[in-house]
Design a protein around this ligand. Sequence first.
Ligand SMILES: Nc1ncnc2c1ncn2[C@@H]1O[C@H](COP(=O)(O)OP(=O)(O)O)[C@@H](O)[C@H]1O
Ligand SMILES: [Mg+2]
Length: 361
Amino acid sequence: MKNLLLPQQTSSFLESLFQNVSDAILVIDKSGTIIAVNKSFERLSGYAAEELIDRINLCQVCIGMATCSEEMTCVECFAHRQKMPAFEMFVRAKGGEEFPVAASSTRLPDEGLGALVLILRDITEQQRVERERHQRQLTNYVIQAQEEERKRISRDLHDGIGQALYSILVGLRVVNQLRLEDTVMQHLDEVKQLTSRTLEEVKNLSVELRPSALDDLGLVPAVRSYLKRFEQTFGIESELTVIGSRRRYHSAVETALYRILQEAMTNSAKYADTDQIYVTLEDQDEQIRLTVVDRGAGFDPEHLRIKGTGLGLFGMRERANLLGGAVAIDSAPGKGTTIDVTIPLDERGGPKHDRSIVDRR
Ligand SMILES: Nc1ncnc2c1ncn2[C@@H]1O[C@H](COP(=O)(O)OP(=O)(O)O)[C@@H](O)[C@H]1O
Ligand SMILES: [Mg+2]
């Protein structure tokens, strides 16, 4: 070691360095017995140095390592190698808990007795963050793919089957003008009515899948017509309050709020036993806020009693989270339910903290 220290200072400097670095250091001899540990390793493993040194073999604290090709293998154990610059090792601490560490190993030369030095760093938190990021990315892909698919099927229904049915209807009207026998006319009338009903159903299905108004006109008009259709379907009235003058938002924001509204209102229709829902869309410049309030049956959000798939409230949160927003659920039995969604916005109506990685529009 080249330094400015006197020889007697060097040894205590090295000891202090060994003991105080934040990475855990573990040294084993050729048989795998632990011969030295630093304070960070004591903290990491939960063992005191006296419990480890000369008493415990590496295999009692190491439950395997991961290489690129295999998880938790002992076949390619680093202890048989001169050097492994980077690998993942799984540690079992004194209390029995197991966790991953990023490791590197180096064999000391002969004057160092051929001992193997391991430097370890706990990566539990890093892996949790990485898993969450990956999960978020997947959720985002699924949501986007589902939305694209709905858009495509909705257009196909409207422009394809819808147009074909309309042409059939026009043809039937032409035939209707011919002077035909009464029985044929009666038959024709039935077919016309059936075609007309089917056309209506196809249109509804298309709008239900994804209203073109959401892309063409924006959130507020799409919400207005949704509330109208909702009243016709469920017989539940709704009151919409719109605050703020901005009318268009980023399509991801519009889609998320529309889908959250749909889920919240469907839940009210299914479970709240109410005849009135209050919807507010408030543009607060820095954020957009959607509230859906029913004064119906309510429920205990801490102890959900799932009656359907149970994915609705979860999906609302996922959609809002992906755009850096949040959903607050305020509900109690007998008191009704308030779903309160906020999404922080930038000045162009886009999500301020877009946490999804995929490119949009
Ligand atoms: N507006 C509401 N009024 C009463 N209960 C509700 C309301 N919204 C949700 N719930 C309750 O919360 C549960 C979970 O809702 P959700 O996650 O949408 O799942 P699902 O609708 O598939 O059951 C429902 O099963 C219901 O018990
Ligand atoms: Mg639901």
